[in-house]
Design a protein around this ligand. Sequence first.
Ligand SMILES: C[S@@+](CC[C@H](N)C(=O)[O-])C[C@H]1O[C@@H](n2cnc3c(N)ncnc32)[C@H](O)[C@@H]1O
Length: 932
Amino acid sequence: MGVGGNFWDLLRPYARQQGCDYLRDKRVAVDLSFWIVQHETAVKGLVLKPHLRLTFFRTINLFSKFGAYPVFVVDGTPSPLKSQARISRFFRSSGIDTSSLPAIKEGVSVERNKQFCEWVRECVELLELLGIPVVKARGEAEALCAQLNREGYVDACITPDSDAFLYGAKCVIKGIKPNSREPFECYHMSDIEAGLGLKRKHLIAMSLLVGNDYDSGGVLGIGVEKALRIVRVFSEDEILDRLQDMGKGLKPAVSGGVKSVDDGEESHSEMKKRFPHCSRCGHPGNKRNHFKSSCEHCSCDSGCTKKALEFRCECSFCIKDRDLKEQKKTENWWIKVCDKIALWPEFPNRKIIELYLSDTFTEDGSSMSWGTPVTEMLVDFMVFKLHWDPSYVRKMLLPMMSTIYLRERARHNTGEPLLLYDQYEFHSVKCIKTRYGHESFVIRWRKPISTSGFTRGEAEQSIDIWEEEERVEDEECVDPLDGLNEPQVEDDNGDCFLLTDECIGLVQSAFPDETEKFMQEKKLRESKKKNASEEAATTPMGVQRSIKDFYRSTKAAATQSKDGGESSSATSSSPAEKKRQATSSGSSSSLSNVVDMMSVVVTSSPINNWRCLSPTPPLPSCLNGDNSQSRRRSWKVSCAKSTDDYHATLKSLNSRGRFPRKSLGQHYMLNSDINEQLASAANVKEGDFVVEIGPGTGSLTNLLLSLGATVLAIEKDPHMVALVQERFADSDNFKVLQEDFLKCHIRSHMLSALETPSLSNPELALAKVVSNLPFNISTDVVKLLLPMGDIFSQVVLLLQDEAALRLVEPALRTSEYRPINLLVNFYSEPEYNFRVPRENFFPQPKVDAAVVTFRLKHPRDYPDVSSTKSFFSLVHSAFNGKRKMLRKSLQHISPPSEIEKALGVAGLPVTSRPEELTLDDFVKLHNVIARE
Ligand SMILES: C[S@@+](CC[C@H](N)C(=O)[O-])C[C@H]1O[C@@H](n2cnc3c(N)ncnc32)[C@H](O)[C@@H]1O
């Protein structure tokens, strides 16, 4: 908390907005408990041990992305004053009289709850394994942060506690969001001093008046504004003594003087008599004289002009008069505040002042040092505590390791070969990347010996994961736990590269020659690009196969297998066999197959080219340490249908450090039986082409593939895209697009797929949609998909139960009957299959779901209307005035008498209202009106 009232608002105008480079090479003291409290509010219950996850990611971000040297500060024993204040606050909020509570004795304190202490202990353990210094304060963490800052051991403190300034901090950062384009607020004491005229003791005085951590209430009736006015009256040297005087009931003279109005001055009424003013124009003189001989101040020939509303006389008498009134007001105000303060018992509390001015929060800050992560122990710790995959821990640690490497190299630039993770050598600068408006180098680290399991000849050409100077879009929603940009893996002609983002300046000082070389090549490339810009524009980007090719080849393979021709193992088996294969995928694989599967980024098969675009391909086995066995096991498990339950889903998410996002409607299916029923509602069988919206962790996808379908998945969340890409990396019948389904032009994707000549049989060509949809996009998806009867035969969706009922079984003459019901019935035959209780999802939604099948009508079977556009326009107009009769709501189309006539011809009562008409009725009415 810190200083009470809206103290931060008072300081906000003096905040400097800083970007992440601000902290580069700076030492920062971080108040650890604040991070822990923050995670609690952000993601309570959504991820396993969020305090550890957040501390891990944020520390690495702070260290590598921000380039800072963090030192963490943990709370010691809180002062009894603070404990007392906390208890009083608690009782006050419960409406209990706090005056009768016994005072807490010196040396006795109320510790934070046990759970919180355990979280802190775990975080400290993690930080120590990361090689980050942790210091324990005697009392408050922010006090020690401030002391370290004041004594020059650190350059800034990260804490939201405004009383850091009272403890003497020079620079306070209120909060940092590493994954945000937003700059962070940085407050310098020197700016506050210059802007508000407040020094440290002034701030202490303000906190005594408005409340602070040790005295939550402050003086009744004094807020931040008033306190500011009071403390500014005195210099820093006098302020605390003057407050003491006021506490004793004295009214100290205000420097500059709040003089009494009577002090040797002529009385106001006497002065007014001596200097009369005209009631008409307001100037000196009286009205009669002005009328007779005009006013010398009014610019008119005779008399005077009537004064304006905002008129202020500027004669010396009036100026003095106003000053005196102002002085009187100030004097009265001063008397009032002094009286208020005098009423407050034991004001000011000397112990609080002493606490803020104390300098002994720890012995010495000079012993802090930054080490290197104890990798193996750290991996064990994260695997044990968070159930993360060892390779994931190593991968996420990489930015920190590479920063340490580059710093080390820059410090002792001996040219001696150093290895990152004891395995990788610096290879080259790949490109410049811009993210959140911040530029960094993408560095290639090379494993000298090929580890991919492929010989050079077999591997595909290298793939640019990023375009040169690519502008990476911000994620739509900022991760409240500040996940890291995952390092990437690249396979180039058999050589395996790790790619990391690094600070340009740091790389420059570590590898000046290589940086120079890159900059020159870049210049050269740019000028070449300029010359050949037209050529470049026509060159196809990337190596992803078109959906058409993808569909054509997989469909052809399926047809071949049906014909009994020679085919790959993925297409040759029966559905049952396939199901068995998919559910036990990996169990029959040889060890080398599995290792290949885990370590290969680019396979040699052209059919899999599109897989190369994976934003987060698996780490090469070399980074998995000795863990190939456990990776293999987890892969096998995650492919098995029966394990797509609670633990598999959690494990799957945890292994990537993901937690479900509300904004993306991420409620994962835990029950594989329901997935089976979803698939059977769509009658998915071998050779089917299925579009899946939002595959998530891939539980439904796995089933669809096991049934022999070809699956085109569309997923908005890049992390989930990476997850399913990795999970189904060995399936030729799977493709995932990272797109928002509502914006992805599904018609053109599908048309290009269905153009395949071998699919000229329309029945064969019709695809299906099967999806456990995010509830918030379901209506839009229905509106988008149902009119596509020329492409899809069935759309089977898991919808919110209530929405499903409203779509499928709306009762006529009720408010539930809406234009969407006519759309649904116009384009499809809907069927409510079954209800799915909310317990089957993780995290559990607040409502139940239901499976609905929409059997799409082929366009030739749509109700016979001359134009669907005009038909739906009529429907919408009709429902515009729902309670109105149609003769009224459609009068903008034809006069009411004409509408009545049309209703009659259609065999409907002239008094019809929209909610009384069936689809057939609307069709008849539309056609009559359209004919006329
Ligand atoms: C309800 S979850 C279902 C996940 C998975 N199919 C399952 O059953 O466990 C919805 C999925 O859709 C994805 N999603 C959300 N909005 C999307 C959109 N506009 N386009 C494509 N996918 C989206 C989410 O990221 C999430 O993976």
